[in-house]
Design a protein around this ligand. Structure first.
Ligand SMILES: *Cc1c(COP(=O)(O)O)cnc(C)c1O
Length: 336
């Protein structure tokens, strides 16, 4: 049996719930390509994954919430930054599946009832904005809350690393399998896949392209400084490989992840990311988000200007979503 079918069969063995619209489109962007002077750019539209404005977490939650439901959970506990796309998509999945959803979100400069936080509220999540920074302390807080909910008779499942990162990696081997088939249909064989990630998405791209022996090399742009990110990505990929019964291993040298486009910090815009967001909107009518995808696009544009590609090269840009956060950034986008 060929590698693609083996991968798809192994993915099919893993518990999941149906959440999104898959496969997501792989769309050519001729105007963007022309304005930038090549390479040929295609966008993989994970922002069109359906559920509550979509994004890469819909595919990931297919397996995380799949595992929760499989274990008999009736409640999801999650938490991150206040404009978290992951939390918004989890709230949407819970609404759709009839699960209770508790979100514990770190108070930060975007804790306003706009964007994702507004959507969390509309979808009926139990929201508490806590004065705890995003990181290990917030993770402890989520687990403590789950213990308390157990005493109240609920069956909570906490979405947290490293498990959620490994399941996310599985999700993105599935995305790679989609791209593999879409490339066959389009008659292309891309050289690169660019994305914004510091975790499961990149782990899945690296593992999936390696399992399927593809030419396409993953290049990720981090949205945030993360100590030990290479270990985290490698471990997620290799846990995913073992869940998938694959003997493919990913190595540190397979993982290319740059911090060069973060700017001041997570969630703060850079002039280059604003320009990238405007350019893609203006040439293709495709909306990026200010926190993740516009910074990754700024990275791709910079690499094009540095002459990294030829006109015959093909680059897939994985649009991981996040567009609702745009509405919490209206001032910065208009006034800079
Ligand atoms: C979460 C997120 C990412 C990064 O995903 P990883 O978990 O780091 O792989 C990228 N883009 C958007 C829009 C996101 O919400």
């Amino acid at each position: 049996m060929n590698k693609l079918n083996t991968l798809l069969e192994n993915i099919a063995q893993i518990p999941k719930v149906e959440l999104g619209h898959f496969p997501t489109p792989l769309e050519e962007c001729p105007s963007l390509t022309e304005v930038l002077g090549g390479p040929r750019i295609f966008i993989k539209r994970e922002d069109c994954s359906g559920l509550a404005f979509g994004g890469n977490k819909v595919r990931q939650l297919t397996f995380t919430i799949g595992e929760a439901v499989h274990q008999g959970a009736d409640t999801i506990v999650h938490g991150a930054t206040s404009q978290s796309n992951h939390c918004r998509q989890a709230a949407a999945a819970c609404a759709k599946l009839g699960l209770k959803c508790y979100l514990r979100l770190s108070k930060d400069h975007k804790s306003v009832w706009q964007g994702n936080l507004l959507l969390d509220n509309l979808m009926g999540a139990d929201i508490d904005i806590v004065d705890i920074p995003f990181g290990p302390e917030l993770e402890d807080y989520k687990f403590n809350l789950a213990e308390k909910l157990k005493t109240e008779g609920l069956k909570p499942y906490v979405i947290a690393s490293p498990r959620s990162t490994a399941l996310a990696a599985i999700a993105f081997t599935w995305c790679i399998a989609e791209i593999y088939k879409q490339q066959e249909q389009l008659g292309i064989d891309a050289d690169w896949i660019y994305t914004s990630s510091v975790g499961g998405t990149q782990a899945g791209l690296v593992l999936g392209t390696k399992i399927l022996d593809m030419k396409m090399k993953p290049y990720a742009c981090a949205p945030v400084h993360w100590e030990g990110k290479i270990d985290r990505i490698r471990d997620a990929g290799n846990t995913a490989a073992s869940i998938l019964n694959s003997d493919t291993q990913i190595l540190d040298s397979d993982i290319v992840n740059t911090d060069d486009y973060i700017g001041k910090a997570y969630g703060y815009l850079t002039p280059e990311c604003i320009a990238a967001l405007r350019l893609v909107a203006d040439t293709e009518g495709i909306i990026l988000d200010p926190v993740y995808t516009a910074k990754a696009m700024a990275c791709l544009i910079d690499h094009i200007r540095q002459g990294k590609f030829t006109r015959d090269d093909i680059v897939v840009f994985l649009h991981t979503g996040g567009t609702p956060a745009l509405f919490a950034y209206n001032d910065e986008l208009i006034n800079t």
